[in-house]
Design a protein around this ligand. Structure first.
Ligand code: MN
Length: 496
């Protein structure tokens, strides 16, 4: 299938509350990206600029602001073109440059090893990004979504690896951030490459069932609408929705692959203004159509762990057939689709959000009303169970006291706050520590007592002949690991 070409105008049309200032910023980011990527092509043969354009469009569609959209347009520039991060910072300022840099760094981390390892490795990586700025993760998701949409153009082996990563790491992250739409699309695209046979079968099933069910659902919608209007409910929207392929497949597996046991293949969604209207609507729906016992779920009073809110009920609809109805407010509807991004749209407390996204500013995170912050915490706890060491690092308050740095080959090294390059060297390997003669951080030489910052790429220079640590190091190392190795070696040499 040929890739759909889009233009900057498509993005501008999708920007939430576009104004002249936002438009100017986005256009200028586009100009820089266009110029930088000139002559480059995607594997599909289309101009490279289509990739950042699609990435930016995905971001605009989930309601993100002009800074994030601009960073989305520029996200592959420092890595793949002659234009440097410094030039981006000069032109667009620190905020956008930091976002672009964050995405570049995420892209450099190796995803390899066993399934479990891969999973954890990625999650650590994501945490790192979240800890500094959650928007970096959103750009990465938007980037991955377009890469998945164009995956048919890469070699089969790579397809498998990328699809696996997407299903096991990126889709769950989208889910955790509550971005249902991106999660579902990532899952369906991965499913297609990882299990083509079942994908075909389920897609076929959906197609057949859908056309049958469509007429029925349309009829149900018109009857429900009439009833709700008569009762004075201000219906914002009422529409039919189809289950996504991958989630349907998961459900089919639990129900002997029998499509007739799936009641929510095509459902009806009713969107109303206020929470109180949701319950009124539920009453009206149940008065008209008898509900199925045990199928009423009130996720408004008891939201799902990722913050999802709605009322679900299965009714004996017109002609006595099962029909699932979901009832929610406009705000809940947006949040279900856009996840945390919806907070940009709904939050009036802009500063409060900023405090969360820039952890380095020493502010107390206002947890009130922000369910997903709590969610991130729970997520960390859940994860930690699989990995003792990780769990321990979480105990020391993940967000506050930890620094993550990279080796030049992309391995993650976690260190306590104020750690320096010698701590880093010993964390990599005791021999690297013992033989250390110098260090480069992000390509530049630094003194050995350089205090590492989150996301630094650190190269330890070693010498074969040099096998003895310096006594001086004991004055500044932070980790007990480094201290004990240095002492041991000095004692061995009779220097301590
Ligand atoms: Mn990219």
């Amino acid at each position: 299938m040929p890739e759909k070409r889009i233009t900057i105008e498509d993005i501008l049309k999708s920007v939430h509350k576009l104004d002249a200032k936002k438009e100017a910023l986005i256009r200028s980011a586009y100009e820089v990206a266009l110029k930088a990527h000139t002559g480059q092509k995607r594997k599909s043969g289309v101009e490279y600029i289509q990739h950042p354009l699609h990435t930016a469009l995905n971001l605009a569609k989930i309601g993100l602001g002009s800074h994030t959209i601009s960073a989305g347009l520029l996200h592959d520039v420092p890595e793949d073109t002659e234009t440097t991060l410094e030039e981006i910072e000069k032109k667009f300022g620190k905020e956008i440059a930091t976002l672009v840099d964050g995405v570049t760094k995420l892209g450099k981390i190796k995803l390899r090893g066993t399934k479990e390892e891969l999973y954890l490795e990625n999650l650590r990586k994501m945490f790192l990004a979240m800890a500094s700025d959650i928007r970096v993760v959103l750009i990465k998701l938007a980037d991955r979504l377009h890469n998945m949409e164009t995956l048919s153009h890469v070699p089969p082996e790579k397809q498998q690896r990328i699809a696996m990563e997407t299903l096991e790491v990126f889709a769950p992250i989208a889910n955790r951030l509550g971005i249902g739409e991106i999660k579902a699309r990532l899952e369906d695209l991965s499913f297609k490459y990882l299990d083509p046979e079942n994908y075909e079968e389920v897609s076929k099933l959906v197609k057949e069932q859908y056309s049958q069910r469509k007429k029925y659902v349309d009829k149900a919608i018109s009857e429900l609408k009439k009833e709700l209007l008569r009762e004075g409910i201000d219906v914002i929207d009422i529409y039919g929705r189809t289950k996504h392929t991958y989630s349907l497949f998961q459900k089919l597996k639990r129900h002997d692959m029998d499509i007739n046991k799936i009641y929510d293949l095509v459902g009806v969604r009713i969107v109303v203004p206020e929470v109180v209207n949701c319950y009124e609507t539920l009453g009206i729906v149940h008065k008209k159509y008898r509900p199925l016992v045990g199928r009423i779920k009130d996720y408004i009073s008891l939201p799902k762990p990722n913050g999802y809110q709605s009322i679900h009920t299965t009714i004996f609809g017109p002609e006595g057939k099962f029909l699932e109805v979901q009832i929610r407010t406009k705000k809940m509807d947006d949040e279900a689709e856009f996840g945390i991004a919806a907070h940009w749209i709904y939050s009036e407390k802009k500063q409060a959000l900023k405090d969360i996204f820039f952890r380095n500013k020493k502010t107390v995170i206002p947890e009130k009303d922000i369910a997903w912050v709590r969610q991130l915490r729970e997520w960390q706890n859940e994860l930690g169970k699989d990995d003792q060491e990780f769990m321990e690092s979480l105990k020391i308050d993940f967000f506050k006291n930890h620094i993550f740095a990279f080796t030049p080959s992309g391995d993650i090294i976690d260190l306590p706050e104020e750690a320096n390059t010698i701590d880093f060297a010993y964390r990599v390997h005791s021999e690297v520590g013992n033989r250390a003669t110098g260090a480069k951080v992000n390509g530049k030489m630094v003194p050995l007592d350089y205090k590492i910052r989150n996301g630094d790429v650190i190269e330890i220079l070693t010498s074969r002949d040099h096998k003895t640590p310096s006594r001086d190091w004991l004055r500044f190392v932070r980790t007990s690991n480094a201290k004990s190795h240095i002492r041991r070696m000095l004692k061995k040499k009779g220097l301590l």
